[in-house]
Ligand binder design. Structure first.
Ligand code: UDP
Ligand code: MG
Length: 351
């Protein structure tokens, strides 16, 4: 479906755009060859000048070695090597900060995001859309627990956050250059990318796909990291959990007044009654549970504030590698390290 209005509104798009793929990798030595094998033929069909930027997120297996071999073999493969494991959100941020292209595609290395969809993404971009994301039509290969908790999360998030994120949309997406530039302006350390990418807006289109099982290796997201990611998302995109305590406190106070009136009336009419142990306990426990819970929620926000105020960079880069540098026919063979990196990129977030 073409959308002539959009195409007209958006600035003219280059005939042969530069496309950069960003792929965060963490201990994925087995998956990389399979990934490259399916990506090359697809990207060759896009009609773009393309390259793949792997962001090595502090892998401890053979990933770095495999990637460096890849970089040496092909000028299409580039490597951004982070100083340690900063997490997928930080790795994607590093990629978005460092690439310079008309179109950027973020894709996982495990082939759970089908590379052939990139062709549809590019077609949509040519129609005038700035963001094209993949929507998981079926998650048959995810566990039942993951599916139901994911659904619950999306529902809760969209209810309490002003920024709405479409259900079953991952990080797999295409972005126009101007969207990437918009995302670069967001300085926060708590990087819930799905939320940030939705926050910037721009015209977007969805392309449905079937999410299959991993091609190799194992998921890097255990239940507790998904839980933390969900909390990050909720607390950095909504202040409702913080505000709701005013109302809960108000409600509890009102019921306390009601109960007090009831007890006073009872005492005046029927004399002093033996105080009920059960009612006392219930009131006490409810009130202290509410207090602890509200304190906990405040703690969640304060913890995030603490992290934000420290102003530490979101990621640190050990080096950037491409074929020219590795083979020594550019920069005299020197690899880029944090010392000779242009100021402002590495510490972009410190500005
Ligand atoms: N990943 C990463 N850093 C991490 C964890 C994961 O760069 O700390 C990468 C991982 O190598 C993969 C992508 O993020 O390319 C998605 O990870 P995974 O497939 O484990 O997540 P799932 O698909 O199970 O949600
Ligand atoms: Mg995966």
């Amino acid at each position: 479906m073409t959308s002539p209005l959009l195409a007209e509104l958006s600035r003219p798009r280059p005939e042969r755009p530069r496309l950069s793929v960003i792929t965060p990798v963490f201990n994925e030595a087995d998956a990389i060859a399979l990934f490259l094998g399916s990506m090359f033929p697809i990207l060759n069909q896009t009609g773009c000048d393309w390259d793949i930027h792997f962001v090595n997120d502090g892998s401890t297996d053979e990933t770095l070695k495999v990637l460096l071999e890849g970089v040496k073999r092909s000028h299409r493969i580039k490597l951004i090597n982070l100083a340690r494991n900063f997490g997928k959100e930080a790795a994607m941020t590093a990629g978005l900060d460092l690439v310079d292209a008309d179109i950027v595609v973020i894709i996982d290395v495990d082939l759970q995001d089908p590379p052939e969809l990139i062709l549809n993404f590019v077609a949509k971009w040519r129609e005038g859309y700035d963001v094209v994301y993949g929507v998981r039509e079926s998650r048959r290969d995810d566990t039942k627990l993951k599916r139901s908790t994911a659904q619950l999360f999306y529902r809760l998030f969209n209810r309490i956050s002003r920024t709405k994120i479409p259900s079953n949309v991952g990080d797999f997406r295409l972005m126009d250059r101007r969207v990437v530039e918009a995302v670069r302006q967001l300085p926060e350390r708590n990087r819930f990318m799905k939320g940030l990418l939705a926050w910037v807006g721009f015209s977007s289109a969805a392309v449905p796909f079937h999410r299959s099982a991993r091609a190799a290796g194992q998921t890097k997201f255990r239940l507790h990291s998904l839980w933390n990611l969900a909390l990050d998302g909720l607390f950095s995109f909504s202040t409702l959990p913080l505000k709701v305590w005013t109302y809960i406190g108000g409600l509890l106070a009102m019921s306390a007044v009601g109960y007090a009136v009831f007890i006073i009336g009872q005492t005046l009419l029927f004399g002093t009654d033996v105080p009920g142990y059960a009612s006392l306990m219930v009131v006490l426990l409810t009130a202290s549970a509410a207090q602890l819970l509200s304190l906990g929620i405040i703690g969640e926000y304060i913890a995030r504030l603490t992290i934000e105020t420290k102003q530490r960079p979101i990621y640190l880069i050990e080096g950037e590698y491409d074929r020219g540098r590795l083979l020594g026919n550019a920069d005299g063979g020197a690899q880029q390290t944090s010392e000779n990196r242009p100021e402002g990129r590495l510490n972009r977030v410190n500005n």
